[in-house]
Design a protein around this ligand. Structure first.
Ligand SMILES: C[S@@+](CC[C@H](N)C(=O)[O-])C[C@H]1O[C@@H](n2cnc3c(N)ncnc32)[C@H](O)[C@@H]1O
Length: 236
């Protein structure tokens, strides 16, 4: 079983073998037996817990710019997807959004035109033991094979090039979501969307700011950072 070990502010991830930490080495046999606590050969103690999905996803390899959790949360929340949903996303990238989608829905189709990225995503999905994803080496600007989809998410530079394909492949009432870093791109996307019978629901930028709280000392931990604009439209 994959586990996390915590000592002071440091978190370590363990899968197999001896674990080397700043506070000493912990033997594999001790890690296997450990439930709540384990000691390194130095005598220093660590808290132990099973690794959750959020711990495992921190360990995946990311090559292209992966989506942040705050933005993924909006997609999962506003699209109304559930265990019966069939969804499509492009591009796959390192498969981070793919993994979050796959935990919730019945099936994910994921297109990427870059084979290296698909290979990386495949490794990450195997590491996370995710099986309900079909990776396709395809350019989504050309066409979409699937029909009657419950959601399409586009995280690529020119989503307007595939809006017509998306319209034809979505179920009535379902969402198409674009993820774009700049407003001119959002404008171009909406301009194309308006040529079809889509309802433009909203464009959101979500700013996340973590706070440090230690006794009486409190302050923002991070500065405000722009990632992207999420635009939600629905097929009518
Ligand atoms: C920013 S990454 C996606 C990151 C991904 N959402 C994640 O969370 O890991 C963009 C991906 O889109 C792919 N891409 C760009 N244009 C494409 C197209 N026309 N069809 C399919 N994939 C495309 C790129 O190869 C790249 O892997």
């Amino acid at each position: 079983m994959k586990k996390i070990l915590i000592r002071k502010d440091k978190k370590y991830y363990w899968n197999e073998g001896d674990l080397h930490t700043a506070s000493g080495v912990i033997k594999e046999e001790d890690l296997k037996k450990s439930v709540n606590k384990v000691k390194a050969h130095s005598g220093k103690e660590f808290s132990v817990a099973p690794a959750l999905f959020i711990d495992k996803i921190e360990k995946i390899k990311r090559d292209p710019q992966a989506m942040l959790e705050k933005d993924i949360a909006l997609i999962l929340t506003y699209s109304s997807i559930d265990k019966d949903s069939i969804v499509l996303e492009a591009g796959t990238g390192s498969g981070k959004l793919t993994s979050f989608l796959a935990r919730i829905v019945k099936k994910v189709y994921s297109y990427d035109k870059n084979k290296d990225n698909l290979n990386l995503a495949k490794k990450n999905l195997d590491f996370l033991d995710i099986k309900n994803v079909e990776l396709k080496n395809k350019d989504i600007y050309e066409n979409i094979d699937e029909k009657e989809l419950d959601l399409i998410v586009l995280d690529l530079p020119m989503p307007w090039k595939t809006v017509k394909n998306c319209y034809d492949s979505l179920k009535q009432g379902s969402f198409l979501i674009s993820y774009l870093p700049t407003i001119p791109q959002v404008m171009e996307f909406i301009h194309e969307v308006n040529k079809h019978n889509f309802l433009v629901v909203k464009t959101i930028e979500l700013i996340e700011r973590e706070w440090m709280v230690e006794g009486q000392k409190t302050r923002p931990k991070s500065s405000l950072q722009h990632t992207a604009f999420l635009t939600f439209v629905r097929k009518l």
